[in-house]
Design a protein around this ligand. Structure first.
Ligand code: ZN
Length: 180
């Protein structure tokens, strides 16, 4: 199984660079790296993690959505490696929801994202995939793709007033879960 890698935090320049395309997917080192990225995201209770977040400036990220303490309402999705991704089209409609980031511990923000996106990427076996994602998974995809372009969710918020600490966020969501 994969090994746990160290997570880069805001302030490290790797999070502000454009990551480079992956050209050697069949390489054993790249495949091992994907396993390590999956293991690191799972260990940290992330629903997504991008290679720059472990100091590797490569266009790879993982989506592994499942309910956990950080995201109690996340849908189930097997850990999926997304390589050299691009967004082909998106809905004009945007939606704001809470996001956090393993590289920005302790802070959550309300981030506007396109509700539906059509995307293209390579799977870890090298096959080209075209898919449509919506809602929470589309949100993860946009957040992680931003990481490959040196962008973090703080750059996307409308107002600093829509930032909260993890402690206050936990209170907020436990209140909203009580109301359901
Ligand atoms: Zn992030």
């Amino acid at each position: 199984m994969g090994k746990i890698l160290e997570i880069a935090e805001l302030g490290h320049p790797v999070l502000r660079e454009r990551a480079s395309e992956v050209e050697n997917l069949e390489d054993e080192g790249v495949q091992n790296f994907i396993d390590n990225l999956i293991a690191t995201g799972a260990e940290a209770n992330g629903v997504g993690i991008a290679a720059p977040q472990v100091y590797e400036s490569k266009r790879i990220f993982i989506i592994s959505s499942r309910p956990n303490v950080r995201y109690p309402k996340a849908p189930e999705m097997e850990p999926t490696a997304i390589i050299n991704p691009s967004i082909l089209s998106f809905s004009e409609e945007k939606e704001k929801d809470w996001e956090g980031c393993l590289s920005i511990p302790g802070i959550r923000g309300l981030v506007p994202r396109h509700r539906t996106i059509k995307v293209k990427y390579l799977a870890r076996d090298g096959k080209e995939v075209e898919r449509e994602f919506s809602d929470f998974i589309a949100r993860i995809f946009q957040h992680e793709l931003d990481h490959l372009n040196g962008i973090v969710f703080l750059d996307r918020i409308d107002s600093n007033k829509e930032l909260v600490t993890e402690k206050e966020y936990q209170k907020l969501i436990s209140r909203s879960l009580d109301n359901e």
